[in-house]
Design a protein around this ligand. Structure first.
Ligand code: NAI
Length: 264
């Protein structure tokens, strides 16, 4: 398949989870990719993406550090010759009830999830403006649309990514640059395991899976498929949108009428 034939992509958080799934899907669709991550050891998906992309580099840095972001964007552009697509997937879980939340933890979550997205957009946009084309996909979350118990900093960071996406879409649309977000439900990645696979959380994990109307967690590939759509020309008239990909998590609430209605 070649929905991204001839295109170039910079993907943050590319070492793991949704980011590496995007990298491999984009490479399968003909894009040449460069990854960026705090962790220089990419997972097996990244390894495959790098192979398909002719030895793609995984640049190591911290999305919170502007000098590292600026250098990475310059390196990616040198390597690829252009920057058509940017996926902001680097992110962390975190937070807690506000009265108990260390200010350092608030700063960590907001800085990685929100400021990191801002910094990559800030330094990639001038390249896209010069090209007069580009497509940016930001990883927000259903937790950017509705709250989750104890979600504080994470909820705030992802809600802000949703609105930053709209702002970017508005400001850059007439320069040929589209900006969209994805709001995934709970997706089986190391980030999710880091929270829901903690000892004693088995029942909680089952309850969270059940909150998705489809009764299961999502797979990173299901988010990469949505990112591919938004990044590609198939979405040529889509900008400022936050695409919910959540197995029905935000569709509504079941109250146990399924059996009575013959649906169980
Ligand atoms: P993950 O933990 O598998 O991957 C995140 C990657 O970001 C890791 O490789 C990590 O090293 C990198 N990273 C973290 N902090 C960084 C920093 N300061 N600088 C550079 N790289 C850094 O997580 P996952 O699940 O793939 O998450 C990707 C994105 O999707 C995140 O923004 C997350 O908030 C979002 N998301 C994930 C959901 C899930 O259930 N897994 C649900 C909704 C949104």
């Amino acid at each position: 398949m070649s929905r991204l034939a001839g295109m170039t992509a910079l993907i943050t958080g590319a070492a793991s989870g949704i980011g590496s799934a995007c990298a491999v899907r984009f490479a399968q669709e003909g894009a040449r990719v460069v990854g960026f991550d705090a962790n220089g050891a990419g997972d097996e998906r990244w390894t495959e993406a790098a192979r398909l992309s002719g030895g793609a580099p995984l640049l190591v840095g911290d999305v919170r550090r502007e000098v590292e972001v600026e250098a990475a964007v310059a390196q990616a552009r040198d390597h690829l010759g252009s920057l058509d697509l940017l996926v902001n997937s680097a992110g962390v879980a975190g937070g807690g009830p506000v009265h108990m939340l260390a200010t350092e933890e608030w700063d960590r979550v907001i800085d990685i999830n929100l400021k990191g997205t801002f910094l990559f957009c800030k330094h990639t946009l001038p390249v896209m403006m010069e090209q007069r084309r580009g497509s940016i996909v930001n990883l927000a979350s259903i937790e950017g649309l509705e709250a989750f118990e104890g979600g504080s900093a994470y909820n705030a960071s992802k809600g802000a990514v949703v609105l930053l996406t709209k702002n970017l879409a508005m400001d850059y649309a007439r320069l040929g640059i589209r900006v969209n977000a994805i709001c995934p439900g709970f997706i089986q990645t190391p980030m999710m395991s880091g929270v829901l696979d903690l000892g004693g959380f088995e029942e909680l994990k089952a309850r969270v899976a059940d909150l998705h109307q489809m009764g299961r967690f999502g797979r990173p590939e299901e988010i990469a498929a949505a990112a591919l759509f938004l990044a590609s020309e198939d979405a040529s008239f889509v900008t400022g949108h936050s695409l919910v990909v959540d197995g029905g998590y935000t569709a509504g609430h079941r109250i146990g009428l399924g059996k009575m209605m013959g649906l169980e």
